[in-house]
Design a protein around this ligand. Structure first.
Ligand SMILES: Cc1ncc(COP(=O)(O)O)c(C=O)c1O
Length: 340
């Protein structure tokens, strides 16, 4: 497969239209058979439910070229499952899980020339999404929907090496206890735009959100789950019903236990205990793990012993092992790597 003539090492984390996108339409109570199309634009009625009442959700995953030249993607069945759960919560007709995985494979195959070569640091990012498309003026779910997958090549998340980031404890809430924090609804991200703009203005990289009910427990950031390492090398991740079940975080917990032989714990994490951890990282598809060097709580600084120049040793091992699995250098658990 001849790759596109792109300077892969210099592309950023942005949108670049590729040759094909997948579309399936829902009408009269059923999804159509779906197709790959050329046009990256969508024409919608001015009163489409997605435009008026934000009835939309999405997923994110990547396709990679392995060291031996295969094109693969990582655990698409979990994205299918999460989108299924999201759609149900938003009163949208869930897209069948097996068809989701099939569509992922089809769209990667059709854009294989856009899957960056091994070693470039870049990957092909897939964005499955779904929205209510017909005109709705009274507040109710749409009757017609589009399920789509767009793809775009994205550069290495960390250009010029991985640098620890600084977070601030947000005064805003990300999710209510019985709200939509556990699903990947567009509305969660719309409401996080103001807090992130404010955090950036104040010189921080990201927000740490606490639980809305008591403001004592760690939830997540606007786009990643937390993972902490204790001083005796145990891997701890917050348990909450109002955070997104990150596929990267769930995979890293398996890697920690099964590959690195570490003790792992998924439990409520109180903000008061954060100062006692040795390492902190943010897990998500985009960056795998971003090390956190510092958290600032209204002027009070928590500085992790791993510091502001390098990734801590355990987070570094976790990252190397998971990226090794994704790039085909280390044998992954059954079903994690799906070949195209
Ligand atoms: C709010 C939020 N939490 C966590 C994650 C990480 O999830 P995943 O590892 O499935 O990409 C994401 C990104 O998808 C996110 O948007």
């Amino acid at each position: 497969m001849e790759k596109k003539n792109i300077d892969w090492a210099s592309i950023g984390f942005g949108y670049m239209p590729t040759d094909k996108r997948y579309v399936s339409l829902y009408k009269d109570g059923a999804w159509d058979q779906g197709a790959l199309v050329d046009d990256p634009n969508i024409v919608l009625n001015e009163c489409a439910c997605v435009l008026q009442y934000a009835q939309t959700c999405f997923e994110g995953l990547k396709a990679y070229t392995t060291e031996d030249g295969r094109t693969v993607c990582f655990r698409p069945d979990l994205n299918a499952e999460r989108m299924y759960d999201t759609a149900k919560r938003l009163e949208m007709p869930p897209f069948p899980k097996d068809r989701f995985v099939e569509a992922v494979k089809q769209v990667i195959k059709a854009n294989e020339a856009w899957v960056p070569p091994y070693g470039s640091g870049a990957t092909l990012y897939l964005r499955p999404y779904m929205f209510g498309s017909n005109a709705v003026i009274g507040v109710k779910p749409a009757d017609e929907y589009q399920f789509r997958i767009l793809t775009t090549p994205v550069g290495p998340y960390f250009k010029g090496g991985v640098k620890p980031i600084t977070l601030c404890v947000s005064d805003f809430d990300r999710a209510a206890p019985h709200g939509t924090g556990h699903i990947k609804a567009g509305l969660n991200y719309a409401m996080s735009l103001h807090p992130i703009v404010e955090a950036h203005k104040a010189g921080f990289d990201e927000n740490m959100y606490l639980d809305a009910a008591t403001r004592t427990k760690v939830e997540e950031t606007g786009g990643a789950n937390f993972l902490f390492v204790t001083k005796d090398n145990k891997v701890v991740t917050p348990k909450s019903n109002s955070i997104l079940p990150s596929i990267t975080r769930r995979s890293l917990m398996v890697v920690a236990k099964e590959y690195l032989g570490l003790e792992v714990e998924e439990r409520e994490v109180y903000f008061d205990e954060v100062k006692d951890f040795a390492e902190c990282g943010l897990c998500g598809t985009a960056a795998v793990i971003s090390p956190v060097g510092k958290i600032v709580d209204h002027g009070k600084e928590i500085c992790f012993p791993s510091g502001m120049t390098e990734m801590g040793p355990t987070i570094s091992k976790l990252r190397d092992t998971l990226t090794g699995i994704q790039m085909g250098k280390i044998e992954g658990p059954e079903g994690w790597i799906v070949e195209i």
